[in-house]
Design a protein around this ligand. Structure first.
Ligand SMILES: [Zn+2]
Ligand SMILES: [Zn+2]
Length: 452
């Protein structure tokens, strides 16, 4: 016998050093099996609603031109100025992982000439967004959103319908929510209001009492001052002029109509004169969906579960023809968190599962064929053919909630039979292997009309 050669050093397998496994990036999350059950129900609800209201699914690339967000979301926003994942790619282009859904959807609408389609064009979108949030906020840096956009409809019924869907989305997932709504008018009436607001903050040294962020924002984004979460700023704003009092005739009329439609379809809402949303492109109706849970002592106002509004000028600003539009986005992870908090029961896998178990090599082969036949015939069939022992197979059947397990063993192969085990009672019956599909069907039908 030849001597065993000493093992050659394989550069891919350093033997002495301990290999540190990789971990996911900060603020990024894996969605594991149990968690995915929640995703299933939330995504299903989102797509069902979208379909019912005539929204069709669309996808856009995760990576876009950085300038797309600078021009739409706005260079002064935190999203663009602080939180964007942007970099220069290998061909020297400035690109960004999308921090928001709407800009890409607007680009797509313009790029594909969707103004030629019958209007309104209604889009439903689900996908991940990326924002380089500060780690201490506990926010995810990759998070998912469900988005609806309606292009080419200026009427208030469009706003109302978007809000209606948003409301039903949460309510039908059994989450108690409130709709907060406001109108920020059009650029004309807003200009008049902003002057008043600036005057208000300049008077009586109010400006000096604002938090640092607000003092910095004062010249750039005055509306955002109303949105500040700091106590001193909230105290000051309580006496601030309200934008709804400065709306021109057309904007006021539009807003009243939206509210009337909501009343008509029984969607409760709260007028919130200080709701502004953090984005540059909104006009007229804006809204947020917040949890109806009362914040705990010391807890700041809860982050919105979703929100949206009208953006009648964005398509034109992005190079398209003037196109009114309104949209809505909901955070998927936040929605799931609410469902978990409330212990809302999950549906188990759609019933009528039949499991196929086997014992012995020959039986395994037979069972594999049977499995394929039943699966193709449309049965909700499951298996664990990698295991040879019956106990672990039956445990898997239990875990999956199978009602029956078909068991094939050596004896059954010889006799041309199969066992059907009722998983609840544990009772096993011998049946003709050729009639197995019918026998299973019969049991699902509670021994009803089926004759084998
Ligand atoms: Zn106006
Ligand atoms: Zn402030």
């Amino acid at each position: 016998m030849s001597k065993i050669k000493p093992e050659k050093k394989n550069p891919d397998r350093p033997s002495s050093k301990k290999i540190e496994p990789f971990t996911r990036l900060r603020g990024m999350k894996d969605i594991l099996f149990e968690e995915y059950r929640y995703w299933d129900i939330v995504l299903e609800k989102a797509l069902d609603l979208a379909k019912a209201y005539g929204f069709r699914k669309i996808e856009t690339p995760i990576l876009e031109n950085q300038a797309l967000y600078e021009r739409s979301t706005g260079q002064a926003t935190d999203i663009v100025s602080k939180e964007m994942y942007n970099f220069i790619d290998k061909s020297g282009e400035k690109v960004a992982l999308r921090p928001e859904a709407t800009p890409g959807l607007v680009r797509s609408y313009i790029e594909h000439g969707m103004f030629n389609l019958p209007q309104p064009v209604r889009m439903a979108w689900i996908g991940p967004l990326f924002r380089h949030e500060k780690p201490q906020t506990g926010r995810l840096r990759q998070f998912w959103q469900f988005d609806l956009e309606m292009f080419g409809e200026a009427g208030p019924v469009a706003d109302a319908q978007i809000i209606q869907i948003a409301y039903h989305f949460f309510r039908e997932l059994q989450i108690d929510v409130q709709v907060q709504i406001n109108s920020i008018g059009c650029p004309d009436c807003r200009a008049a209001y902003l002057e008043k607001l600036a005057d208000f903050y300049r008077e009586r040294g109010r400006r000096a009492k604002l938090c640092e962020d607000c003092r910095r924002r004062f010249g750039k984004n005055l509306l955002r001052l109303l949105d500040c979460k700091e106590t001193q700023c909230q105290e000051i704003r309580a006496e601030a002029p309200q934008i709804v009092d400065y709306l021109d005739e057309a904007c006021r009329e539009h807003f009243i109509k939206v509210l009337e439609y909501l009343d008509e379809v029984d969607i409760p809402y709260n007028l919130n004169p200080f709701l502004v949303r953090g984005l540059d492109y909104y006009n007229r109706t804006i809204f947020e969906i917040v949890s109806a849970d009362v914040p705990q002592e010391g807890e700041k106002r809860q982050a919105a579960l979703g929100g949206g509004g009208r953006y009648d000028y964005l398509v034109e600003k992005m190079g398209g023809r003037p196109t009114p539009a309104v949209g809505f986005g909901a955070g998927i992870e936040r929605t799931i968190l609410k469902i978990k908090e409330k212990n809302i029961p999950l549906k188990t896998d759609a019933g009528k599962i039949v499991f196929i178990a086997q014992l012995g090599e020959q039986a395994k082969r037979k069972a594999m064929i049977m499995f394929e036949e039943m699966r193709r015939a449309g049965y909700n069939v499951r298996q664990l053919f990698v295991k040879d022992n019956l106990k672990s197979q039956l445990e898997e059947a239990d875990r999956l909630g199978a009602l029956f397990t078909v068991i094939m063993g050596q004896k059954e192969i010889v006799d041309g039979t199969a066992l059907i085990r009722d998983m609840e009672s544990g009772v096993q019956e011998v049946v003709d292997a050729k009639k197995i599909v019918c026998e299973v069907e019969k049991r699902f039908a509670n021994n009803g009309q089926v004759n084998c």
